[in-house]
Ligand binder design. Structure first.
Ligand code: URA
Length: 486
């Protein structure tokens, strides 16, 4: 027998999941199995409607057939089960994939994490990669659902409007994405019907319903006209790449979109409209977020530039509205992308040291980035940072401005040229601008200095010299902050 053959000599267990998207149930059972020392090759994970395992079945389904095994009882002194935050984040999405083998894959990873807690960082590992791929496919499906669900209005017998949409998700995302629609259309009565199930919102509570057919959803009505004009006005020619559009918007969705018939004419006029639209602020069509939580959510779903498709998530700013100081970096790095927090990696540690030395309390500031997603390229198994381009910074500026208008800081500290561009919308020379205030439209002051990563790239005397200048910039900001805030 070779080492690659997995032949189980012990009992075989089958776990029946109550629903195909029940990640919490999977977690609970997987924890018990790890604690009971049951290796992955002795467990089958069975979804509702899936065929049982020949060898065994879990007890919770009722009576046991001949040869079946109950899950092992929890040990008297169960050992803690290790699962990194990264694993949980990726697994939560991957569990919603429609591939039948996903729960087995997740259990194999959880099993391996017990002896290798950093397993998820090994992005060359085929199982880690596969799990990331599944999670990414699920995130894309969710993004498509956000973008392509279209409600048609039906008037109910009692005269109230009911908005009904038809959508065909590839994965089990319906329940997970319900909150997105509840937040957006909280005051409407609506239903989303899909071949996997349906959800209904009456303005107060959500109800789940059975799978539906396309014919169950109403077709054309006046809401279509509204969507057409809305879509024509928000159509973003800057992103127009026909190949990319086809992969973003597979033909299967086109038939559900009233605006799809506008696409040929929109493409024809696209290039000519690009510059005009960018300067005219096409974003005006998007409602301004009313809270920092809405910025975080909106930036997370934003696909206005290509960066969002690379990283794990948007990294939102951290801090409270009313913070007197807003600190802006360039974009999250590898560690920030994984942790979902700004400036937690090496540049963040250096920044923290310098802030502390200058007497600036990071916790009292609002810390964010000019670009909210991590842009990188693969080098072997490492994700190498790539600087965002001017267009990407300008595209993300909308979110930065939304943050600034909610936080209303007295002083904004831009770390590096990308951060300064994010604020001013133009190229900024750090050498020329550092050490003095630039007045912003709302009276706040912008102070520009270098990015801490710049210091990390220097050695010896050059590093010491630049660190001293950086410290001096921060001290000037602290002095000004004290003067402004008393
Ligand atoms: N560099 C940045 O600009 N921002 C971060 O959050 C981390 C590193």
């Amino acid at each position: 027998m070779t080492a690659m053959q997995h032949v189980s000599l012990g009992a075989h267990y089958a776990v029946h999941l109550p629903a195909p998207d029940d990640f919490a149930f999977w977690c609970e059972r997987a924890r018990g199995l790890v604690q009971g020392d049951v290796p992955p090759d002795r467990v089958s994970w069975i979804e509702p409607g899936g065929t049982g395992d020949l060898f065994a079945s879990e007890g919770h389904q009722g009576s046991l057939a001949r040869g079946e095994k109950r899950l092992p009882p929890p040990p008297a002194d169960p050992r803690p089960v290790r699962a990194s935050q990264r694993f949980l984040t990726v697994a939560r999405s991957a569990a919603l994939h429609s591939e039948r083998t996903r729960f087995g894959l997740l259990y194999r990873l959880l099993w391996r994490l017990q002896s290798n807690p950093r397993l998820m960082e090994d992005t060359a590992d085929p199982e880690v990669r596969r799990c990331e791929e599944l999670a990414k496919a699920v995130r894309r499906d969710a993004h498509k659902m956000h973008a392509f669900v279209r409600f048609r209005e039906v008037i109910e017998e009692d005269g109230t409007p009911h908005f009904v949409a038809w959508f065909e998700p590839d994965h089990h995302i319906l329940r997970a994405e319900a909150g997105f629609f509840i937040r957006r259309f909280a005051n409407m009565r609506w239903s989303i019907l899909t071949p996997r199930g349906s959800i209904h919102w009456d303005g107060e509570t959500m109800r789940e319903g059975p799978p539906a057919r396309r014919e169950d959803a109403p077709q054309g009505d006046p809401v279509e006209a509204l969507w057409r004009s809305y879509y024509a006005s928000i159509f973003n020619p800057a992103r127009l790449k026909v190949g990319a559009m086809l992969s973003e918007m597979p033909k299967k969705y086109w038939k559900n979109l009233p605006e799809a018939e506008l696409i040929p004419q929109l493409i024809a006029g696209a290039q000519a409209r690009e510059t005009a639209m960018v300067t005219a602020g096409a974003r005006a069509e998007r409602a301004r977020p009313a809270s920092l939580a809405e910025v975080a959510q909106g930036a997370g779903a934003c696909r206005d530039c290509g960066i969002a498709d690379c990283g794990t998530r948007a990294v939102a700013g951290e801090g409270l509205p009313g913070a007197p100081l807003m600190i802006i970096g360039e974009q999250p790095g590898d560690e920030e992308d994984q942790a979902g927090r700004p400036f937690v990696g090496p540049a963040g540690q250096l920044l923290d040291d310098h802030l502390a030395r200058a007497g600036i309390e990071r916790e009292a500031a609002y810390v964010t980035n000019a670009v909210k997603h991590f842009k990188f390229t693969w080098k072997g198994k490492h994700r190498l940072h790539q600087s965002p381009g001017a267009k990407e910074i300008d595209t993300c500026r909308w979110w930065l401005e939304a943050e600034r208008s909610l936080v209303r800081p007295r002083i904004v500290l831009a770390l590096g040229a990308s951060a300064a561009r994010g604020l001013l919308g133009r190229t900024v020379s750090v050498t020329r601008e550092r050490g003095r205030a630039i007045r912003l439209d709302d009276g706040a002051e912008l102070w520009v200095t270098v990015h801490p990563s710049y210091l990390l790239r220097l050695d010896g005397a050059a590093r010491a010299e630049q660190a001293a200048l950086f410290s001096a910039d921060l001290a000037a900001v602290q002095a000004r902050l004290a003067a402004l805030t008393g």
